[in-house]
Design a protein around this ligand. Sequence first.
Ligand SMILES: Cc1cc2nc3c(=O)[nH]c(=O)nc-3n(C[C@H](O)[C@H](O)[C@H](O)COP(=O)(O)OP(=O)(O)OC[C@H]3O[C@@H](n4cnc5c(N)ncnc54)[C@H](O)[C@@H]3O)c2cc1C
Length: 373
Amino acid sequence: MEKKHIIIIGGGIVGSTAAYYLSKSPDHRVTLIDDGTGQATRAAAGIICPWFTLKRNKDWYRLTSQGAAFYETFMEDLRKDGLEHLPYKQTGTFVFKKKEEHLRHAVQLADERRVDCPRIGEVTIHTPEEVAQVIPPFTSEYGAVFATGGGRLNGTQLVDDLRNLFVKNGGTYLQGSASLVDEKTVLFQDEELVADHLILAVGAWLPQLLSPLGYDVDVRPQKGQLIEFETNLQTDDWPVCMPPGEIDLLPFENGRMVIGASHENDMGYDISVDKDIINGLKEKAATFIPELVNEAISKIRVGTRAYTSDYAPFYGTVSGNDKLWVASGLGSSGLTNGPYIAWQMAQHILGQDPSYDLTPHSPEKYIQKLPKA
Ligand SMILES: Cc1cc2nc3c(=O)[nH]c(=O)nc-3n(C[C@H](O)[C@H](O)[C@H](O)COP(=O)(O)OP(=O)(O)OC[C@H]3O[C@@H](n4cnc5c(N)ncnc54)[C@H](O)[C@@H]3O)c2cc1C
């Protein structure tokens, strides 16, 4: 029997995870095409801790908390496939609050949310002095709640690992930009590739891909910048720190600290470095870890997030065409819910029974076929 051909355009966290799971199927051959420019996944900070959000969208919360919980299965799958150094670690997360009553509210919220998502773990209140016992250079006037379930992800390592496993499973990886001839035919470097199933996992670039076929897509880009330091600090087991305000501090292995990120609207697909924003991130980070004043920035990352007009992500099939799949609008939580979204799409395409209902996140509201002029 001839294998069905699945083509995935976009090799960020969604496309790469889908490619990885689909490439395990003996009945399919999978091609992943990725341009890579401005990719959000490689630019992202890496926070996996959605449980303290005050966002009111219940469908979003359910998806994203389940997405964080899915990391256990996901990492186990990667481990079984021979990956020894995993890109995700459950380090715990400190979430700082300006007022005592907000700390108590966070614990209460966690207690309520633990019923549906035990992955949140234990949640306890810590004074600034107790935080400094765990992270000695950390200076803050605010107390924090500590959630043992919080973790951090190295997005670049994950997509590299997924690509290696996918290629090992027989998948074909093509680097470059693709366009669509029609809903099942992809044009890549003058060659037309025909898909039995086509997945568009191109993040913020979905309008560019679909508008030539007459679709109107409710997705806009948002620019994000962040900085890295290579320090001599003993960061390996430090938790992620989420102080009030825009920046977060993520300690990775061997002294690496990631600080981010900016949220810049109306910048289109611009991925140039803005020195004022970069200096602002460093200054702010040094108010929490004063040693960083004397550290040189070792890396700057810039990427483009995808947002819908109601800030909700979508994924599923387009306009009743069960061979054309899309996922976009993951905004600032796509590292958290992206793998779970990709896994669900893969389960559907392979005809396996997924435990999750896709209806609340249907693309229908966000993608419309325009009538022919
Ligand atoms: C600075 C920053 C910090 C963030 N921090 C966090 C965080 O801490 N936690 C969290 O959960 N989320 C975070 N996010 C959000 C998260 O990174 C994104 O939601 C997620 O990575 C989106 O994944 P994706 O696969 O949908 O898109 P992307 O990762 O953007 O991947 C899309 C890919 O498609 C490619 N592509 C586009 N058009 C074409 C084409 N025509 N042909 C071929 N390839 C194409 C692009 O080049 C890109 O490589 C952050 C994002 C940014 C920018």
